[in-house]
Ligand binder design. Sequence first.
Ligand code: F6P
Length: 338
Amino acid sequence: MTGGGDCPGLNAVIRAIVRKAERHYGDSVIGFLDGWRGVLEGEFIELDVASMRGTLPRGGTVLGTSRMSPRMREDGVEHVRAAVESAGADALIVIGGEGTLSAGAGVNDAGAAKVVGVPKTIDNDIGLTEQTFGFDTAVGIATAAIDRLHTTAESHDRVMVVEVMGRHVGHIATWAGIAGGATLTLIPEEPFDIEAAVEAIARRHQRGRWASIVVVAEGARPKEGTMALPEPEIDEFGHVRLGGIGHAVAAEIEARTGYDTRVTVLGHIQRGGTPSAFDRVLCSWYGVAAIDAVHDGDWGSMVAYQGGEMVRVRLADAVAELKPVSPALYDVAKTFFP
Ligand code: F6P
């Protein structure tokens, strides 16, 4: 099953699982639909090598996804146990981000299903793996957008604020900010001082550089009491709907400097469409490693990418804490701040 926000490469993982399961182990594979919803309600489809043909480069997920979780239903774990049993499934491969994988760890620990996890999210915030799949694609999309914004910013002598995804951590912002040559990059890990940001942009102008790119992670926050922000909306799953920090930062920059400032919110463009070559390889590796973990009976494990190798870690350990941006890497971004 695939749960949470979608991500480029989900189909590539499923395809790899199905391929090795069917051709190497002689398994039959089913896919539960729409994340935990399908597991809770026992809704699934048969998957085989033929039905997965052509899906390697296709974004999204052939199984659908949702933010539903067993924790949201009374006796959720018991529904999972019943659905998995009645489907005749020996194991459940859970492909998801922090929320989906935590629920997977819970289901495994309760003995309701034998679970193996695969870390998905463009945010790259899952612990104990250097890279979640989808992240490389998202960084590529954000960098290409920043490259394009440079030329229009320079033509008009404008400040361009680019808001990228990154709910709790600023991996996409940091990588795309460095790769795209951003003037400033603001991330959730380090609350920003808007006055210092504005002064940095002004310093750059005094040096005759009229155009600036400011990359802002959607979860970035100003230092306590320094800047007013609109109240965030909460969706039907209790998930805070982020977005808006880019507009707030741009308004402050324009008001405090008088420089013409525009905003681009990249939003779901970062999540849609085809996975990068790196993500296609990583996903294929994750998928193969996940079905191998199933056949080794390594329940409650998550496949993880560490030091160029595929390893297994405990699912519960991987979701215990989100992985922040390395301060050393953020220092690289800061080296280029004015
Ligand atoms: O968790 C991944 C992510 O892409 C976040 O960066 C973003 O805040 C969130 O999903 C938005 O998801 P949706 O709009 O689908 O609820």
